[in-house]
Design a protein around this ligand. Sequence first.
Ligand SMILES: [Zn+2]
Length: 371
Amino acid sequence: MKSSSHGRPLGKWRRRALWLALVTTVGAVTSYAALFRGPILPPEPLPATPIVDLHCHVAGVGAGNSGCFVSGRLLKSWKLGFYLRSFGVSRREMQESGDVLCGEKLSHSVATSRQVGRAVILAMDGAVDAEGRLDLARTEFYVPNEFVAALAARHTNLLFGASINPYRPDSLARLDWAATNGACLVKWLPSIQLIDPSDERLVPFYRRLKELHLPLLVHTGAEHSFTWSRDELGDPGRLRLPLSLGVTVIAAHAAWPGRHEGERDTDRLARLMTQYPDLYADISSLTQINKLGALREVLRRPEFRHRLVYGTDFPLINMPIVSPWFFPLDLKLSQMWRISRIRNPWDRDVALKQALGVPAEVFARAERLLH
Ligand SMILES: [Zn+2]
């Protein structure tokens, strides 16, 4: 052992270590160069008009009489604090200033974005019981339409995305109220709100949606943000009913990931795309670390061409699960560095997706779909 302090053996080991380091570095650089594939599609300039984010969340814990509700289970879960922090607020600040603080922060952040001009903030209806009343025992997260409509009325860069459980007895009246109060779409999370989109009893709701020209943004594929979910309700195949009635449907996250009847949900959605021209898919959450390969798939598959819509799933883009550093085979080191330095979460998201090859028309589509 002590011999290492004498000149000879140490010199030998040092030479060996240097060789090893050299060989490893050369090997790493060569295999990186061989594996590097570049962006998914050739990057395009962004549209001239400010971008609309079609899929943005807002949160509330019920402070300041907002009407928001969070289940006891979620209140105890580490997920809530983590989630609120990515909005730039703490639970204590929300308790003190009220839930509107979350909306204020959000609006300010959108206002400081150079690329995104407006964001559709989403209400979140709950599950309902057999009588159609809000069932708080089975609701994890409730963000009322009134709360979101008021935020959107106060901030011109926030748009009202309504959420109405169609099993409420007054669902049509709620739909009319939402439309009158500026709603630009209706959002469902079937596996959490316990909605079966293929249920024939929902036909009147679908007909009214069509009359009001309101698109239906539906979560498709598996759901991981909650403590439980009924994933069979996220099957894209269940969207045939609203589509056959002419409702414009936007499948959130392009149904990635998830499986039904032995088939990948994205394959099931792709088949529907070829059958229904009013079907779209949003690209929100597709750059998350747990969905590597998702954006590549939807940008490359012909079924999704001219059907993709830009969305962020904010605040998820502001969490460590999204980073340009997860794309070392698609982006150059200098690009990953430049994008990671962008402070505004929307600008960072747009820069990442643009660099990966999201076409300009995808960034511009929400504006068109929402009139
Ligand atoms: Zn979402």
